[in-house]
Design a protein around this ligand. Structure first.
Ligand SMILES: *[C@@H]1O[C@H](CO)[C@@H](O)[C@H](O)[C@H]1NC(C)=O
Ligand SMILES: *[C@@H]1O[C@H](CO)[C@@H](O)[C@H](O)[C@H]1NC(C)=O
Length: 218
């Protein structure tokens, strides 16, 4: 009895284990793709950093590579009214390889930062290559300017009907789950109307880039 039972248990294990192993091997790859930003997760596929002396290109690169940033607004919460208030925000400046430089957002009036923006639309957006594996791979601390990061200042504005499709396409391709976010939250498309840009990509202090130079990068 023991022999055949053990044999069939082994067969059962093999039958259960084989698909599980396949699932484990396949899952990380499809999981990355499924998040929308997977194209750049792999070391090999991260495009090379533009020359550090070309700060406008570095800025466009960081904006395009990052799927999210920290947006600082001026708080309207009673306990911290008037204080800077940073929160994580998903964003996209366009489909992979076709960035426009415009950081688009998908916002809901239920977000604290949207309440803040209704009183004061001025905000700063910070994005860093520390959000990719670039800095870890090269051994750059996130605070080091070698771990390129940028600060964009401006006003957050709703996008108009003309620009709506561009905003939606840009965001949904890199954040596929957005299209399933609950309609009751009254999501709307917005962007940062950039007025000032600081690039920290090398020693010697931040470099100033004008919005004109930033948008002229091809
Ligand atoms: C919508 O916004 C875009 C980008 O800011 C602008 O170029 C365009 O003129 C606007 N369209 C309308 C109808 O206001
Ligand atoms: C963007 O900012 C500029 C400079 O402050 C301003 O003149 C322009 O009206 C703003 N555009 C929008 C759509 O808010």
């Amino acid at each position: 009895m023991a022999g055949p039972v053990r044999g069939s248990v082994r067969a059962l294990f093999a039958a259960l284990l084989a698909p599980l192993l396949v699932a484990l091997l396949v899952a990380p790859a499809s999981g990355r793709g499924g998040r929308g930003h997977g194209d750049w997760d792999a070391d090999l596929l991260l495009p090379p950093l533009p020359p550090r002396e070309d700060a406008a290109r570095v800025a466009r690169f960081v904006t395009h590579i990052c799927d999210w940033g920290a947006l600082a607004t001026v708080s309207t919460q009673e306990a911290v009214r008037g204080w800077p208030f940073a929160d994580v925000l998903s964003l996209s400046d366009g489909p992979p390889g076709a960035g426009s430089g415009v950081p688009y957002f998908y916002l809901s009036p239920m977000q604290q930062l949207v309440g803040n923006l209704q009183e004061n639309p001025y905000a700063t957006l910070t994005m860093s290559l520390a959000q990719t594996n670039f800095c870890r791979k090269h051994g750059f601390d996130p605070q080091s300017p070698l771990c390129a990061h940028i600060i964009l200042a401006g006003t957050v504005t709703k996008v108009n009907e003309t620009e709506r499709d561009t905003a939606q396409q840009s965001l949904f391709i890199r954040h596929p789950e957005m299209k399933d976010w609950p309609a009751s939250h009254q999501w709307f498309f917005a962007k940062l109307n950039i007025t000032n840009i600081w690039v920290l990509d090398y020693f010697g202090g931040p470099k100033i880039v004008t919005p004109e130079a930033y948008y002229n990068v091809t």
